[in-house]
Design a protein around this ligand. Structure first.
Ligand code: R5P
Length: 244
């Protein structure tokens, strides 16, 4: 079974660099649109019996990136691929992992099922919004973490006066992992979300006074969470030298 790397259009630079790192080529495919906007995919080489790695983040513009991914997977399956693995570095809709009120959709589950329905048997992703999300995937899941790579990029802590900060309750597990890795204490900003682009903070739990915060989160959308968390940290006496 030969391996084939196939990419959607979400991140051409990542696709090119992944191919280069693997010493592989990218499978030739054509992505076009019908005049009414419908996406059309056409894989221009044989995928028969291939072990296909389909690289596509479901990042913005999410609807078209997702649809490309689904169509490319379906095209592989219909073309006789032996297996399709979706490599989805950023898994969109992951924030919709539960119902906060009574009548919301669990978007993450809808996406996971759609991917499986389109023939993706296995998913490789990085730092899902919550570990509990693993349960929504009907496909096999390889859940990777970028923490060691990011920690290496950060370098050794300058001194013991750092503090790892979770900007809301959702990121506390991630912050605890960082705290263990860097041997630093962990603090938590109490945040409530008011709307999609507005949040409010209600103080900080943990000792941040005189400490340099390292704020960790799995995503930035508007940046509102980070801005509010940093405001709350400064108010609580943290040093204004903040790393995100
Ligand atoms: C929340 O659950 C996430 O972990 C992020 O904190 C948040 O969604 C980021 O969005 P924004 O940058 O718009 O505040």
């Amino acid at each position: 079974m030969h391996r084939l790397l196939l990419a959607g259009s979400a991140n051409p630079d990542l696709a090119a660099r992944t191919a280069e790192a693997l010493g592989a080529g990218l499978a030739v495919r054509e992505l076009t649109r019908f005049p009414d906007g419908e996406i059309h995919v056409d894989i221009r080489e044989s995928v028969r019996d291939a072990d296909v790695y389909l690289l596509q983040a479901t990042a913005p513009p999410i609807e078209s990136n997702l649809l490309e991914l689904l169509l490319l997977s379906d095209a592989c399956r219909r073309g006789g691929a032996a297996r399709v693995t979706g490599v989805i570095p950023y898994f969109g809709y992951a924030r919709q992992d539960r119902r906060a009120t009574g009548r919301e959709a669990v978007g993450a589950k809808v996406l996971a099922q759609a991917l499986s329905g389109a023939g993706i048997e296995r998913i490789v992703t990085i730092d899902l919004h919550s570990a509990g999300l693993e349960g929504v995937f009907p496909s096999a899941l390889e859940h990777l973490t970028a923490l060691p790579t990011l920690a290496a990029a950060l370098g050794p802590p300058k001194d013991a006066l750092g503090v790892v900060v979770s900007p809301d309750a959702g990121a506390i597990k991630l912050a605890e992992r960082w705290g263990r890795r860097l041997a630093l204490p962990v603090a938590l900003v109490h945040k409530t979300r008011l709307t999609g682009d507005a949040v409010a903070t209600h103080g900080v739990a943990g000792d941040v006074r005189g400490r340099r915060p390292l704020v960790v989160d799995d995503m930035i959308s508007t940046g509102g969470t980070l801005a509010a968390a940093i405001g709350a940290l400064l108010e609580a006496g943290a040093e204004p030298e903040v790393t995100v």
